[in-house]
Design a protein around this ligand. Structure first.
Ligand SMILES: *Cc1c(COP(=O)(O)O)cnc(C)c1O
Length: 432
């Protein structure tokens, strides 16, 4: 009670000042600091459905959605109940549970390409582990990623790494020795002929190609027709492992992710965000012969004290069980309404920008014409983005604080939320 009162009386600005003395940039993950858009971050006191309430007591319509997990809206009641019930039975055992089995069964029903899997605690762990397994399985060292793609912060993946890193103008992090990235090749996204050229030259050295099947960490950039199909078959022909990093797209673009939407079967898949229902939980998995390389079945080591944590798995399983066709119909309707409204507002205000959307992922790029790659995304007018973000915030709309982050619509966003957002957007655009 005292704690709550204290929070309600302290402004975001003050909390940020105090936090900045104790945490780098005042935050526990860089993009939360609002550096790309100016001002101070909004501290959150609570969240429900489509809304978040700040420490200052102000309510916002939220399009960050915890950066993806809040697909069903914040504090989804059955998920909260499942976590409470699990907590009563103990917070962590470090021993296997039936819940993990049921969760794995459900994941594999939704993702038929996953024949065996492991639970981990973050998307970063999932991609890092998948790459180690791919290298162990193939006995090769080279991994291929795409410019502007973010796959978590493992050393070998911090090359041309999109959103968080790109926003700060240093896509390559300090503290990563050259030796850690010398086997990482970064290629232009959506450029199949460049990838074909690479495979012609070095196909037999390539352990894996890791891809966001719909890019979300340079803003929402869909795959060009044939790009993903070509990528998977290049890998198959060369004996390399195709890895779909569906940490963002998984369960968002369809219950079975982008691979369901585009009818594709990668060798391995990484899941996170939605799959944990808001708790720290992620998954990597794939073809049985590949996954059998993982210890103790095989020689590739990977472990985790809190992996498959009962609270996290309870939240994940309850969320997966709630992913009905009605949820996706609602997500599509709300997202299409937002897309149409924003496009109309752009037209009415004569502002040059491009709205791109796949399912419940959407970006307004301050760019003339379609964006298909990081090379184009990076040319956006970031000052305009920043002004637009600040104007929306003043209107009570919590838009992601970077040009290179997708906005996430949830199944809890009502038409009234969308319409209020579009009206605010029109006023914001008119001021640019
Ligand atoms: C968020 C994200 C990650 C990293 O997940 P964390 O849980 O933040 O470590 C990896 N890949 C993609 C595509 C993501 O969007």
């Amino acid at each position: 009670m005292f704690f709550n009162t204290l929070l309600a009386m302290t402004s975001s600005e003050q909390l940020f000042k105090d936090s900045a003395l104790r945490m780098p940039g005042g935050v526990n993950s860089p993009v939360r600091a609002f550096r790309a858009v100016g001002g101070h971050p909004i501290f959150i006191a609570s969240a429900h459905g489509s809304k978040v309430t700040s420490a200052d007591g102000r309510e916002y319509i939220d399009y960050i959605g915890s950066w993806g997990p809040a697909l069903l809206g914040h504090a989804h009641a059955p998920t909260v109940k499942a976590v409470q019930a699990a907590a009563e039975r103990g917070l962590s055992y470090g021993a296997p549970t039936e819940l993990e089995l049921r969760f794995a069964e459900r994941v594999m029903e939704l993702y038929p390409s996953i024949q065996m899997m492991r639970c981990v605690s973050s998307g970063t762990e999932a991609t890092m582990s998948a790459l180690r397994v791919a290298r162990g399985f193939t006995g090769r060292d080279v991994i291929v990623k795409f410019n502007g793609a973010y796959h978590g912060h493992a050393d070998c993946l911090l090359v041309q790494a999109g959103s968080g890193a790109a926003t700060f103008g240093n896509p390559d992090s300090a503290g990563v020795p050259q030796a850690m990235v010398q086997n990482t090749l970064s290629m232009p996204y959506n450029d199949l002929s460049a990838l074909e050229g690479l495979f012609d030259e070095r196909g037999q050295e390539i352990a894996a190609v890791i891809v966001e099947p719909v890019a979300g960490n340079m803003g929402c950039v869909p795959p060009e027709p044939g790009f993903l199909e070509g990528l998977v078959s290049l890998c198959t022909d060369a004996g390399a492992v195709s890895i779909f990093d569906e940490v963002m797209t998984g369960c968002r673009l369809a219950a079975g992710g982008a691979q369901e939407r585009y009818k594709l079967k990668p060798d391995m898949t990484c899941l996170g965000k939605v799959v944990g229902g808001g708790m720290p939980l992620a998954v990597y998995g794939g073809r049985k012969e590949v996954m059998q390389c993982v210890a103790p079945s095989g020689p590739v080591y990977q472990a985790g004290t809190l992996s498959g944590n009962p609270l996290a798995v309870s939240a994940g399983l309850t969320t997966l069980n709630a992913l009905t066709p009605a949820v996706y119909a609602r997500l599509e309707a709300a997202s299409a309404r937002l897309e149409a409204g924003l496009k109309q507002a752009l037209q009415e205000t004569n502002v040059t920008a491009t709205v791109q959307r796949v399912g419940a992922m959407l970006t307004v790029f301050f760019h003339d014409g379609r964006v298909t790659s990081w090379e184009q995304a990076s040319q956006c007018d970031r000052e305009r983005f920043s002004a637009w973000h600040q104007a929306l915030l003043a209107e009570g709309i919590m838009w992601p604080p970077s040009q290179f982050e997708a906005a996430f619509i949830s199944a809890a966003h009502e038409d009234a939320d969308i319409d209020r957002t579009v009206q605010a957007a029109r006023r914001a655009l008119a001021k640019l």
